[in-house]
Design a protein around this ligand. Structure first.
Ligand SMILES: [Zn+2]
Length: 558
């Protein structure tokens, strides 16, 4: 008996000494990096170890190497950040847009026509589709019309979305297919008419008064006639979008408006290991999604999180669809409009609340923002952890900032909108109202966090443009000197948190991503230069050298 006890003790001693000298196995050890952990003290580390896609240790190289063995990755002293989260974008639509005529950056309507004509030569489907024009970038600054498209494409339907996605130019064939006539009206939308009657003198037809520009809900009348993407087209769109996002360091996208069919496809491609991008899916507020998800509940995997709905309160400022408390400064007969009746939002807010879904609503104008903030407040009562979001929160009346705090409502904003709109925002809003526009610091002060995104393809996908716009409040040419409404600039630390930990919080995912800490998913990005230190004007040109998702190198491809 005694002998046996001594023996087992000896075995225990041997075992104990072996295990203490043997190092723990890690899948990968990242070392020689300046690691901005984005943890609660904003600490900087040098090395971390990864196992099974998660971070298992963070610290100095000495301490990690003494404890862990495994494949090593030398970051060459470069700056390393948690993977960037785009808190509001249109990942799938961006991918689809890569297969349409690219009209971003056109300097005149003639240039639009040139690009559309080129695209038409190689197009595959029956329709000519394009995206990205912005009349504010042209000399005339007026909406274009259908005349030129009709002469070039009399029998082919053409659909060209404005950069903000809230307006489109279509030709007569597209109008015919949608059944739009001079008499058509649409709730929550606008069909532009020629001011003085007929477009072409003497020619009278059922659509001769219609210019071809459709705003907000009127866009859908035509968009719904375009055949949906085939499965191979949808897969190609997602895979190409992923490729470009990894190149700029994005590891999670919050897709602001998806159909169930696309969510299912994303889930399938992720489970096969083909789509590695993590997706926070906001569901479009259509009947099919509401019926299905409100009865089946939320859905979550390691790479997909479906627990929110996306609603649209109003349109965009650029196309004067934003719903304002007072008329537009530059069009006193217009004030914008809500895209649906108030009862629609009231009814759905109750449904979201009672079914445990997060409500995320696109609000641009101060009236739309006020209506939704008050509605959220009515449903949520006081402080809470439901994390309902206002998307864009673009023009806020000074009395309304406090509501973000009172009802724990997250402002989800896109810094590049400020520097894209700053040229004409004051024209639309006037000198007083514009002070409450793009007020990211005021929103941060109100709630304590902001979730940052790009809204791509409305803006460029590059998160470093967000970083630069947040901090410098200037465009890529360095305009204006000293920055736009600098009282609302964010610091570099605040910006980084908005792109990482705070964005994760807005997705209920702050315990699994958004910082380099033990237990978190190993999503991270290495940059060629340290954006926390270099001259801010250099930031937009900084390149991503490596992107990792789940501890796996996804860019550049091995
Ligand atoms: Zn959007």
């Amino acid at each position: 008996m005694k002998m046996k006890k001594i023996l087992s003790l000896a075995i225990a001693v041997i075992f104990f000494s072996c295990s203490s000298s043997q190092k723990e196995k890690a899948d990968l050890i990242i070392h020689n990096a300046v690691i901005y952990t984005a943890d609660s003290t904003f600490s900087i580390a040098e090395c971390f170890a990864i196992k099974d896609g998660r971070i298992i240790a963070v610290g100095s190289s000495d301490s990690i190497f003494s404890e862990f063995d495994g494949e090593k990755f030398n970051a060459q002293g470069k700056a390393l950040f948690p993977g960037f989260i785009d808190a509001h974008c249109h990942f799938y639509n961006y991918g689809k847009g890569l297969y349409q005529a690219d009209l971003v950056g056109t300097n005149s309507f003639n240039e639009v026509i040139e690009r559309v004509t080129d695209f038409a030569k190689t197009k595959k489907g029956e329709w000519i589709t394009g995206r990205g024009w912005d009349q504010n970038d042209w000399e005339t600054k007026e909406f274009p019309d259908k005349t030129k498209l009709d002469s070039l494409f009399p029998n082919t339907p053409v659909f060209l979305k404005r950069v903000d996605g809230h307006a489109a130019l279509v030709n007569s064939e597209a109008l015919r297919r949608a059944g739009i006539t001079n008499e058509t009206n649409v709730d929550g939308g606008k069909i532009e008419h020629y001011k003085s009657g007929l477009s072409i003198k003497g020619e009278m037809s059922s659509i001769s008064n219609v210019t071809g520009v459709l705003v907000d809900n009127a866009v859908d009348l035509v968009a719904n006639k375009i055949p949906t993407s085939s499965r191979p087209e949808a897969i190609a769109a997602l895979m190409l979008a992923q490729k470009y996002c990894f190149e700029v360091g994005i590891t999670t996208v919050d897709d602001a408006g998806l159909e169930k069919q696309t969510v299912d496809l994303i889930d399938e491609l992720q489970s096969k290991g083909e789509l590695k991008m993590r997706v926070y899916a906001m569901l479009t507020d259509n009947k099919e999604n509401l019926d299905y998800y409100l009865s089946h509940g939320t859905y979550k995997t390691d790479r997909l999180n479906v627990c929110s709905f996306k609603f649209y309160a109003d349109g965009a400022l650029g196309s004067r669809g934003a719903c304002l408390l007072h008329p537009y400064e530059d069009k006193p007969d217009q004030q914008g409009f809500l895209l649906s009746k108030p009862e629609y939002f009231i009814e759905n807010a109750q449904k979201m609340y009672s079914n445990g879904f997060q409500m995320n609503t696109h609000c641009i104008g101060d009236s739309a923002d006020r209506f939704l903030l008050d509605l959220y407040g009515h449903v949520l009562k006081g402080k809470n952890d439901k994390r309902w979001r206002i998307e864009h929160a673009q023009v806020i009346h000074s009395n309304d900032f406090k509501k973000f705090q009172d009802y724990s409502i997250i402002p989800s904003v896109q810094s590049t909108h400020a520097t894209s709109d700053m040229y004409w925002a004051k024209d639309r809003l006037g000198p007083e109202r514009v002070k409450g526009a793009y007020a990211y610091k005021d929103l941060l002060n109100a709630f304590g966090m902001v979730a940052l995104g790009t809204d791509f393809p409305v803006e460029n996908i590059n998160p470093l443009y967000t970083f630069y716009s947040s901090v410098a409040r200037k465009d890529l040419k360095g305009y204006p000197d000293g920055g736009f409404q600098m009282e609302n600039a964010l610091t570099r630390e605040e910006t980084l948190l908005g792109m990482t930990r705070w964005a994760a919080y807005s997705n209920f995912e702050e315990n699994e991503k958004g910082s380099i800490e033990i237990g978190k998913l190993a999503d991270f990005v290495i940059l060629e230069k340290d954006i926390m230190k270099i001259n801010i004007d250099e930031v937009p040109n900084v390149k991503v050298t490596h992107t990792f998702v789940n501890g796996e190198l996804v860019y550049p491809k091995k």
